[in-house]
Design a protein around this ligand. Structure first.
Ligand SMILES: Cc1ncc(COP(=O)(O)O)c(C=O)c1O
Length: 377
């Protein structure tokens, strides 16, 4: 299989880049004693889990199928968390998870008896402070439903749990900023934490970002762990998979209506949803900020405003030309959908030795089955 022969659209996961993120994760673990569980909500392409497994301690999840996926394909510790469990959900995952984290005191009360002999039990607390660029992704936003807020805590609850989870960061690239949040948690909730076995500090700590002060982060995590006598966990998603994967597309048309638009054989709405939800333009590998030729990189969906970005190029784009939409793994492959009946991107991994391996491919039957399996009689 040669790269230039592959049909677009496709994702290409680069093993060497993934390993360089994982090496940083390993270092953080060694320096701090923290355990790391992969947040499957961000990335769950299990075909590459054999690469990730030696570096991390397990997985964490947001819904029952993620628990099962982590249990079956990753192993290690399986953390189960959900914003809202049904009784069936709790029963379904009880025998698969090592830790079960409830989002509210009412859920804890309702379902504790189903899990107490089977897993370590935790409760999500809302620290009331956060670092998140957008309100939509801010767990401490007004009226947040994510975790128990400090003034709603019934102190007796701590006698019936082993640990707590906080999640309050989104792409936080500053160790200092994280430490401020950590200190606030320690001050505000410390007397409860002292009686816990473990504390998860959630995800969103971007410790693989270039220049991130890993040593500073590690020292703070270690001090927190020593002070409260707890095993600390982080739940990284984006930090593990960042900058490892391109979505490769082909220019299928160029139209000009005031601006040149290159239409590609993919759409943000179907294949890169967060570009649209968070209004964060994608980056194109072939772009050149000093280039003279400016294009909207437009999706081939029917949504009028569906575009990847505006970018400049040194040469005019040509129909048939491939473009690499960079950093397309986190919160992307987990959100793929069949809108407009577009071709679903194939998924490949480029191994560190240069070999290309196909992890998934989709066809019309997959599209059809996603819509109905049976017709009315
Ligand atoms: C509870 C929890 N843990 C972990 C994560 C992973 O965050 P990230 O991918 O930013 O590291 C999230 C993301 O929303 C989360 O809600």
């Amino acid at each position: 299989m040669q790269k230039n022969e592959l049909k677009t659209p496709y994702f290409m996961i680069d093993e060497a880049k993934l390993i360089s993120n994982l090496e940083i994760a390993k270092r953080l673990k060694e320096l701090s004693g923290v355990k790391l569980v992969l947040a499957l909500k961000c990335f769950s392409t299990w075909g590459v889990f054999d690469i990730i497994k030696p570096y991390l301690d397990g997985t964490t999840s947001s819904g029952p199928y993620e628990v099962q996926l982590g249990y079956e394909t990753f192993g290690g510790e399986t953390h189960a968390y959900s914003v809202g469990y049904s009784e069936d959900d709790v029963k379904a995952v009880a025998d698969m998870c090592d830790k079960m984290i409830f989002n509210s005191q009412s859920q804890l009360k309702a379902y504790r008896h189903l899990i107490e002999d089977k897993a370590s039990i935790g409760l999500r607390l809302n620290p009331g402070v956060s670092c998140a660029g957008q309100d939509l992704a801010d767990p401490a936003r007004q009226f947040s439903r994510l975790g128990v807020q400090a003034d709603h805590i019934d102190e007796e609850v701590f006698s019936s749990i082993d640990g707590v989870m906080f999640h309050m960061n989104c792409e936080n690239k500053s160790a200092d900023n994280f430490i401020t949040l950590l200190n606030s948690i320690s001050d505000r909730f410390g007397r409860y934490l002292d009686n816990m076995q473990w504390v998860s500090l959630g995800g969103g700590v971007f410790f693989t970002w270039p220049g991130y002060e890993i040593e500073k982060l590690a020292a703070a995590l270690k001090a927190f762990s020593d002070k409260h006598g707890v095993q600390v966990y982080l739940e990284p998603g984006e930090a593990i998979i960042t900058k490892t994967t391109d979505l490769v597309v082909t220019v299928v048309d160029v139209v000009e209506n005031g601006m040149k638009t290159a239409i590609v054989d993919s759409a943000t709405e179907a294949h890169r949803l967060d570009t649209l939800i968070y209004n964060e333009p994608a980056s194109i590998m072939e772009a050149d900020e000093n280039g003279e030729h400016e294009y909207v990189i437009g999706s081939c969906s029917c949504l009028a405003g569906d575009q990847f970005c505006v970018a400049k190029f040194a040469e005019p784009l040509e129909i048939g030309q491939k473009l690499h939409i960079m950093d397309s793994a986190g919160y992307t492959m987990v959100k793929l959908n069949w809108f407009n009946g577009l071709r679903m991107p194939t998924v490949y991994c480029e191994r560190a030795n240069g070999e290309l391996q196909k992890l998934n491919e989709f066809d019309f039957q997959d599209f059809k089955r996603a819509l109905s399996q049976w017709s009315v009689q």
